[in-house]
Design a protein around this ligand. Structure first.
Ligand code: AMP
Ligand code: MG
Length: 339
């Protein structure tokens, strides 16, 4: 199969619609990462997405809709605070998990009795979703466990020959996947941190809990099956906390002595110091949104330039950094964490 990368215009959208309505799969940009899209109503399309990605069949998908789509077509229970969240943050990088009504393919939620729905703010994504005018499930367009894609080129690198079309909407500005919040209870619960932070949700709803079993540098999974090793660059990885600079340098010296190409991944202030010492660095940047936008592209770059990636955690841990650290820790998780 030839994989075409096309800018988003009338012609490519017509082709994309034809593919989706006939049960095929199209990669599309969003403001967070690129997604591998298929009709949420089509069982075969959903099955194909799992197969192409090599995705474990207990990892549910998010249904994407355009801003004018009537979500009562796919959900019915909608607490008032969920409407407040939609008003405050949608379209945007926030996924809400509702009780499911069984309207979409049962494969979408992998046996859960809930359905995750998101309205992206990316103009190209919206044009595509309006063209097809049905909910499109679109997990990140990477091979399972590989780093999420933030450009059409990243998608091509993973799926060349496997899908007919990649809609090219430029580089994603958000950089990490959407915040996922469960709205089936009395107040929202964050299941996956992202650019819409706990503090932002609390400012709208008064209360927001976080359910996110977290890995720390050096930790092992406490409960098998609770988490997947995700977002992994194809190189040896180490992760040190913000005080682990000396241990990181020692590791670098040890690895370099074995003849391996070593790169550090860290925030700008640390990157500058390491650079001055003659080390190779991948600079995450300074602000939290900049670090979110750069993370996945730098992890993908690491696998092309480095044999060993040594990441040092940025100092800030809350706000958007909760999402950045969640991805960084999973990317660098030790290999014996159960997938
Ligand atoms: P991806 O699109 O690759 O970022 O993966 C979608 C993620 O959304 C899943 O890994 C889950 O973390 C989350 N998700 C999707 N559907 C549900 C659901 N029904 N309940 C809870 N989390 C969900
Ligand atoms: Mg993913």
């Amino acid at each position: 199969m030839i994989t075409r990368i096309e800018p988003i215009n009338e012609q490519s959208l017509r082709y994309a619609k034809e593919i989706i309505l006939s049960g095929g799969v199209v990669a599309m940009p969003t403001e967070t990462v690129y997604g591998l899209g298929g009709s949420a109503f089509n069982d075969e399309a959903v099955k194909k997405i799992f197969e192409i990605k090599g995705r474990p069949n207990d990892n549910p998908l998010i249904a994407h809709v355009h801003p004018e789509y009537d979500i009562t077509e796919i959900i019915d229970y909608d607490p008032p605070y969920a409407a407040d969240l939609r008003k405050a943050f949608l379209p945007g990088p926030l996924t809400l998990v509702y009780p499911s009504t069984g309207k979409v393919s049962p494969r979408v939620s992998c046996g859960l009795n809930t359905l995750a729905v998101r309205v992206p703010s990316h103009k190209g994504a919206q044009a595509f979703l309006r063209a097809v005018n049905i909910p499109v499930v679109a997990p990140s367009a990477n091979l399972s466990r590989h780093v999420s894609p933030t450009s059409a080129r990243h998608v091509y690198d993973d799926f060349n020959g496997k899908i007919p079309l990649i809609l090219d909407g430029g580089e994603c500005t958000g950089g990490i996947e959407s915040t996922v919040a469960d709205v089936t209870g009395e107040y929202p619960v964050i299941l996956r941190p992202g650019l819409i932070t706990r503090e932002m949700i609390e400012s709208v709803c008064g209360r927001c809990d976080v359910y996110a079993p977290e890995l720390k540098p050096g930790d092992r999974a406490k409960s098998p099956g609770m988490m997947y090793k995700h977002y992994s660059p194809r190189c040896i990885t180490y992760l040190f906390d913000e005080n682990g600079g000396e241990a990181a340098r020692q590791t670098a010296r040890r690895e370099a002595a074995q003849g391996r190409r070593v790169y550090f991944l860290c925030e700008r202030s640390v990157a500058k110091a390491l650079c001055a010492e003659g080390e190779n660095v991948l600079d995450l940047g300074t602000s939290e949104t900049e670090m979110a936008a750069n993370l996945f592209a730098l992890l993908r770059k690491a696998e092309t330039v480095a044999d060993v990636l040594i990441a040092i955690e940025p100092k800030k841990k809350d706000g958007v950094m909760a999402g950045v650290l969640n991805r960084l820790r999973k990317a660098c998780a030790s290999k014996d964490i159960p997938h």
